[in-house]
Design a protein around this ligand. Structure first.
Ligand SMILES: Cc1cc2nc3c(=O)[nH]c(=O)nc-3n(C[C@H](O)[C@H](O)[C@H](O)COP(=O)(O)OP(=O)(O)OC[C@H]3O[C@@H](n4cnc5c(N)ncnc54)[C@H](O)[C@@H]3O)c2cc1C
Ligand SMILES: *[C@@H]1O[C@H](CO)[C@@H](O)[C@H](O)[C@H]1NC(C)=O
Length: 363
């Protein structure tokens, strides 16, 4: 088989790249390891999950969400969106097909490819269920059980909430300060950002959060010294899905860092021990591209992410590109896709016109 471009990975970034190449009439092959598109959403995320980012940042080139789409899209809705997108651009990924010739290669294998589980003394001796959040589906499997959630990002917080709603008894390890923000306050902050400077928006957001939540340190979750918009480039805030009320009421227990695991007991940094039936690691993911892509040191860093600085991180040498590895989420993968398709187009057709339309959103 012969194709001009090979794209590896049929998540949102790979699909966006395929669509943008199609608008330039450039033939491509899209290779997907799994048996479906958007496998992260279909197979590696829990049932309750909603997109953590407002919908205008979760859309792909040439396909803005209509007004009736909820601000925070449920996963089912987003999978339907990806499917509609693939249909519209006639994208049909291939599974286990051999490509014998290619001029350009686009890596779109994702920042969330491999599960990260920290090393922990005594973990191998723990008798109960131990799973990573990518294998957690719903709390119904844990009814009546005492479950420790490790990791207090958005996934950990939402999984603790889900467990509690399903009749499990969850605890969550919170090691570092976090900005808990309600979805409404966050959406308002995003809106205000259009008119006010960041520092003022952070002040407003933190004031509203104080009115809503009080002093969160009292419940084991200190706030960072800086506001959520200020910190956005480094960390995304915790968008509260109801977890905080359950922490306040004691339905979810907050615990400090783990010192070690002793059988089915876990010892914490404060010296106390608690018994658990199961541990869920919501400790994140990493890119696994370094495992299979060799000789790409110019483009990809040791962490498997784009090495060069945004916005020039997507282009390597000898026809190698990456989409969706620049730490800018679904939106960032879409911007990469446009840039990559334009670049390939300008090499193939120096006289051709480039694509600039991106739903009026520019990074
Ligand atoms: C719980 C959760 C919530 C999130 N919420 C948001 C959000 O609200 N907004 C947002 O912008 N981002 C969110 N993210 C980040 C999100 O993962 C990315 O923004 C988005 O999925 C990236 O798409 P992608 O195409 O780059 O990667 P992926 O969706 O991970 O797709 C990569 C694809 O490549 C395939 N693949 C990998 N290696 C190979 C290989 N060697 N050969 C063939 N195929 C391969 C994989 O099977 C996969 O299908 C969230 C992540 C998680 C885990
Ligand atoms: C919140 O409480 C902590 C300790 O309980 C205290 O150090 C901090 O100053 C309080 N913050 C506010 C804004 O009241």
């Amino acid at each position: 088989m012969e194709a001009t471009v090979v794209i590896v990975g049929a998540g949102s970034a790979g699909l966006a790249t395929a669509a943008c190449l199609t608008t330039h009439s450039i033939p491509y092959v899209l290779l997907e390891r799994d048996d479906c598109i958007g496998s992260l959403w279909r197979k590696r995320s829990y049932d309750r999950v909603k997109l953590h980012i407002t919908k205008q940042y979760c859309q792909l080139p040439h396909a803005p969400h209509p007004p009736e789409t909820p601000t925070f899209m449920p996963k089912k809705h987003f999978i339907e969106y990806l499917e509609g997108y693939a249909d519209r651009f006639g994208i049909r990924p291939l599974l286990k097909r051999e490509v014998e010739s290619a001029w350009f290669l686009v890596v779109a294998s994702g920042e969330n490819d491999a599960a990260v589980v920290p090393e922990m003394e005594g973990l191998e001796g723990f008798n109960g269920d131990v799973v990573h959040s990518s294998r957690y589906r719903s709390g119904s499997d844990y009814k009546g059980k005492s479950v420790l959630v490790v990791g207090s990002g958005n996934s950990g917080m939402e999984i603790a909430y889900d467990l509690s709603c399903s009749g499990a008894v969850p605890s969550i390890v919170v090691r570092s300060p976090a900005n808990i923000v309600s979805k409404e306050i966050w959406a308002l902050g995003n809106f205000l950002l259009g008119f006010l400077p960041i520092s003022l928006v952070d002040d407003v957001v933190l004031f509203l959060c104080y009115l809503k939540y009080g002093n969160t340190s009292k419940y084991g979750i200190a706030r960072p010294t800086k506001g959520p918009f200020h910190l956005l480039a480094n960390s995304y805030p915790i968008l509260d899905c109801g977890t905080f009320d359950k922490i306040k009421s004691g339905e979810i227990q907050v615990l400090p860092s783990i010192a070690r695991i002793e059988g089915n007991k876990v010892r914490f940094a404060n010296g106390k021990t608690h018994h658990f039936d199961a541990i869920i690691f919501a400790t994140g993911y990493r890119s696994a591209v370094k495992k299979w892509l060799k000789g790409a040191d110019f483009l990809i860093g040791d962490d498997g992410m784009a090495k060069q600085k945004w916005p020039n991180h997507w282009k390597g040498v000898n026809g190698l590109y990456c989409a969706g590895l620049g730490r800018r989420g679904i939106y960032g993968g879409g911007v990469d896709a446009i840039n990559i398709a334009n670049d390939i187009n300008s090499i193939l057709h120096p006289q051709g016109t480039n694509d600039t339309l991106y739903n009026n959103l520019h990074a």
